[in-house]
Ligand binder design. Structure first.
Ligand code: GLU
Length: 553
């Protein structure tokens, strides 16, 4: 029996050839240097920070070279698929602005000329290529059962040999074709293996765009390329797909680095051009002075939902991801404050080859800076969208008092040196609750008095102030000069300096007096600008707060 005869018996329904597919999926018409990259997850529905980081880089590289970024779903391992897994991935990524030029758009549909973009729908394509390998004597059926493979493994362990199906252990390599076919006709289960031409003693050399020049032993394992269920293994499927989808750059996590010898071998056996590789190291976390990989199991910050729940703005996360990817971004952004991430050119060479540190504190800092540069109405929109999901009471207030809320967000904002005290939307309520009577009146209050803490003195100072000084149309200067007069009237120094020079002459200073008003009105000893707060609260609210204090404490 010839190889061709065996191939025809194994794949009776395959009537296309690899050449047909070459024609169906021609080289892309893209400009020189354009990168075609892909994100190729299993449909597990789960996107973690590491995957978001990788897909961010994959997309950015395609974008900045006018290339193509596509989504391919790798579902040849049915066990890893979950219901709606594809849509969940698409949704999670699009929340972070990661969108695709081509690929799956739902569980079953795709856009683009290089589809299907889901492996389970590409069976016939894989079979066509495997049929060709069988014809060429480069692949063969193998009937090894689990128990036999286990036997081999034990033997290899005992002899201190490498584990795997290779060389003298690859029993079905030389099996008679006639016998193989008769077993297949009888219904014996089988897989198809690659007849590896590799030699483990020899090395392959390749250049990884992130890790540099690498040397790894050649693959000599007769790996399974077609499983018993008729679907290919990941290794085989991805080689065919990356070729036919005309991927130029395979950018992915470095857990795949050790498989590169298998992949390069498959590309070359199949007659495909080997793509460029860029393997991204895992994100690291610093803990007790040591670095370790961020873990899906142990670290809540690994889940993308974590950031959503905290209300860290997406733009801030993207700014952080690009900072993690290329540390020179920060200095560039400092010089180009009004530029966008899209204007920065990411460089493979500057991506850490050993693993970048993912640091929450730094992320929050970036977020703080980002938020400080937004307009009040933009912060309002972010806060509202967050509250609509996580704090309905606050959401109601933000909607009811929209203009008032925007004015609150604008305290010390739209100005040259804006205040930087907000890093995530989950902090909004604790920063502004006291501006709303609905919250102020329903809370048990904890006043953070300063050195003036006697009820009598507090009431004396504040009622005198509202009766004799407060005028809503005062400028900030007028307002402050009245606070000074008020201080003097009650025996406090008008200036901190005066007090410091002669402390025995005064009960305290103007800062202590303004603290009385601040705490009375907000309960807080630290707030944004008191003048702005008072203007927004208005006389009526302020007086009722004074009354409440008088009655309740
Ligand atoms: N499906 C593989 C994974 O789940 C993709 C590996 C690759 O990008 O080649 O990680």
């Amino acid at each position: 029996m010839t190889n061709k005869e065996m191939a025809d018996i194994l794949f009776p329904n395959i009537d296309k050839t690899p050449e047909d597919y070459e024609k169906m999926y021609p080289e892309r018409n893209i400009k020189e240097g354009a990168i075609v990259s892909r994100y190729a997850p299993s449909p597990t529905g789960f996107v973690h920070m590491g995957a978001l980081f990788a897909s961010f880089i994959e997309r950015k590289m395609a974008r900045q070279t006018d290339g193509i970024f596509y989504l391919r779903i790798e579902d040849t391992d049915g066990k890893r698929s979950i219901e709606n897994g594809v849509s969940m991935i698409i949704q999670d990524l699009s929340n972070y602005g990661i969108t695709f030029d081509e690929g799956m758009v739902s569980e079953t549909e795709w856009k683009g000329q290089y589809g299907p973009y889901i492996q389970s729908a590409r069976r016939e394509i894989y079979h066509t290529y495997i049929k060709r390998l069988v014809e060429e004597g480069l692949a063969y059926p193998c009937f090894c059962k689990e128990e036999e493979l286990e036997e081999i493994r034990k033997k290899q362990e005992k002899n201190h040999e490498r584990i795997g199906y290779y060389g003298k252990y690859a029993f079905y390599r030389e099996f008679s074709k006639e016998e193989a076919i008769s077993r297949i006709k009888k219904g014996d289960p089988y897989v198809i293996r690659l007849k590896s031409p590799g030699n483990f003693e020899k090395k392959i050399h390749f250049k990884d765009l992130i890790k540099g020049e690498l040397e790894l032993p050649e693959n000599d394992l007769d790996i399974v390329i077609l499983k018993g269920d008729g679907l290919p293994t990941y290794h085989f499927a991805h080689a065919v797909d990356d070729h036919l989808m005309r991927t130029t750059h395979v950018i992915r996590g470095d857990e795949w680095l050790s498989s590169v010898p298998i992949h390069i071998q498959l590309f070359s056996i199949l007659g495909f051009k080997v793509p460029k590789y860029a393997h991204i190291s895992p994100l690291m976390k610093e803990e007790d002075g040591k670095r370790r990989k961020l873990s899906k199991r142990k670290d809540p910050e690994m889940a993308v939902s974590f950031y959503h729940e905290q209300g860290i703005p997406i733009q801030a996360i993207l700014l952080y991801l690009i900072t993690v990817a290329n540390s020179n971004f920060e200095a560039w952004y400092e010089q180009n404050k009004n530029a966008s991430i899209d204007d920065f050119s990411l460089d493979f060479k500057k991506i850490s080859s050993s693993g970048s540190l993912f640091d929450m504190e730094k992320l929050l800092n970036i977020s703080k800076n980002y938020l400080s540069r937004l307009k009040a109405s933009e912060v309002y929109d972010l806060a509202l969208s967050y509250a609509s999901q996580y704090d309905l009471k606050l959401c109601e207030l933000l909607k009811k008092y929209k203009e008032y809320a925007i004015a609150i967000f604008n305290i010390e904002r739209e100005q040259k040196k804006p205040r930087k005290d907000l890093s995530k939307m989950s902090e909004v309520k604790e920063q502004i609750w006291y501006m709303f009577d609905e919250l102020f009146e329903s809370e048990p209050l904890q006043y953070e008095w300063g050195i003036i803490d006697s009820k009598d003195e507090i009431l004396k100072i504040s009622s005198y102030y509202f009766e004799n000084y407060y005028n809503p149309s005062d400028t900030k200067e007028e307002w402050f000069s009245k606070l000074k007069d008020l201080s003097e009237y009650f025996g406090y120094a008008k200036e901190v300096k005066m007090y410091k020079e002669n402390p025995e002459l005064y009960k305290g200073h103007v800062g202590d007096v303004s603290m009385v008003l601040r705490v009375l009105l907000t309960t807080k000893s630290m707030t944004p600008d008191l003048y702005d707060i008072m203007n927004l609260l208005g006389k009526e609210r302020m007086e009722s707060r004074m009354e409440r204090f008088q009655k309740n404490v």
